[in-house]
Write a protein that binds this ligand. Structure first.
Ligand SMILES: [Zn+2]
Ligand SMILES: [Zn+2]
Length: 344
């Protein structure tokens, strides 16, 4: 089949609308018609030649937050039929390593991700999924609102779980960086552990207003963080922090306001390196960990949270041809919520 896609042919250049060819699916393969493709900050990074996973090759069709309708299936596909509407889990593990066997394909060192390694993503009219086992049927749920759950929602749940498993239910948790991802991180934190005190941090007033709407208890600019944390925790410090920016400065800032045994989870990837206070980190036993996507089950759980109306999606729709407008908006940080490409 032939269709149109927005293709990244060169770094730091606009995506180009181009005709793509796909052969009929074989074996476990499935072709979906894209109903909605979420746009992620990582896509902007890739388009600039940074945040590239090993194995990345140009040209590439970006997009790893995909929901579509199945239009064609290989002869080994089970459980799914033509016409089914599905979300596509994006961390395609090898299926053979210790992490995949343990149910954590998002930790697989050999994983492929649509739009990032090996396979094209969803900034397109159609997309090939190499294995039906990465699909999840969404029935009559709104594809435009489900698409960002595939990564932004799932990644948020993955990060939130790393914090809530080890903190007191009345602890103070910081969420730094109120962009598209935070839309879900704040809501999911307050849904999973409603009694925690969430401090949202952003440099922009309108983003802080948005964070309040999402459920943050306190909103502050970075310059006010230290004083605020000291005040609300009686000098104890925050038991947890999720850094959706992870620049060299923000990692330092958040680590410096953690409590004894505090947990810092890095989700953003803006900084290449960061200096932290080694003595404080060691003596007060801080933990700093990374978080990348969540598990396939996390994706299902977050879609269920949405269908149970525990969390909402805040989306700005874009036409496929306007993918470059969307990347520009991510770059300027002007969007509150998540952008979703909806092909005609
Ligand atoms: Zn992403
Ligand atoms: Zn693996």
């Amino acid at each position: 089949m032939e269709f149109y896609a927005m293709v990244l042919s060169d770094f730091n250049k606009p995506l180009i609308r181009d005709k793509i060819h796909l052969d009929n699916p074989q074996g476990n393969e499935v072709i979906i018609k894209i109903l909605a493709a979420g746009m992620c900050g990582t896509d902007l990074g890739i388009s600039r030649g940074i945040e590239l996973k090993p194995g990345f090759q140009l040209p590439m069709i970006l997009g790893h937050e995909n929901v579509g309708e199945i239009v064609s299936i290989g002869d080994s596909v089970q459980d799914y039929n033509i016409g089914d509407r599905v979300a596509v889990y994006p961390a395609w593990g090898c299926g053979k390593c210790r992490w995949c066997r343990g149910g954590f394909p998002n930790l697989c060192p050999y994983q492929t991700t649509p739009g990032q390694t090996g396979y094209n993503g969803g900034y397109a009219e159609y997309m090939l999924v190499p294995d039906y086992r990465w699909l999840y049927g969404i029935g009559s749920l709104d594809p435009i609102h489900v698409a960002p759950l595939v990564d932004a929602g799932t990644t948020s749940l993955g990060a939130v779980k790393k914090i809530v498993s080890s903190v007191s239910p009345v602890s103070t948790i910081i969420i730094n960086g109120i962009g598209g991802l935070a839309t879900y991180t704040v809501q999911i934190m307050k849904t999973v552990m409603p009694t925690v005190n969430v401090i949202a941090v952003s440099r922009k007033d309108e983003h802080l207003e948005f964070a309040k709407k999402l459920g943050a208890d306190i909103v502050v600019k970075p310059s006010q963080l230290k004083e605020t944390v000291g005040m609300v925790t009686d000098g104890e410090g925050a038991q947890g922090a999720i850094d959706l920016v992870s620049s060299s400065d923000t990692v330092q800032m958040l680590n410096s306001v953690l409590s004894v045994n505090g947990k810092l989870v890095l989700v953003g990837a803006y900084g290449k390196t960061s200096n932290i206070d080694v003595f404080t980190t060691m003596v007060y036993q801080h933990s700093i960990s990374g978080s990348n996507y969540g598990t396939y089950q996390d994706m299902i759980d977050v879609i269920k949270m949405y269908s149970m109306k525990r969390i909402k999606s805040y989306v700005v729709e874009r036409k496929l041809e306007d993918a470059n407008v969307g990347l520009e908006a991510i770059s300027s940080g002007t969007v509150l919520g998540r952008q979703v490409i909806v092909p005609d």
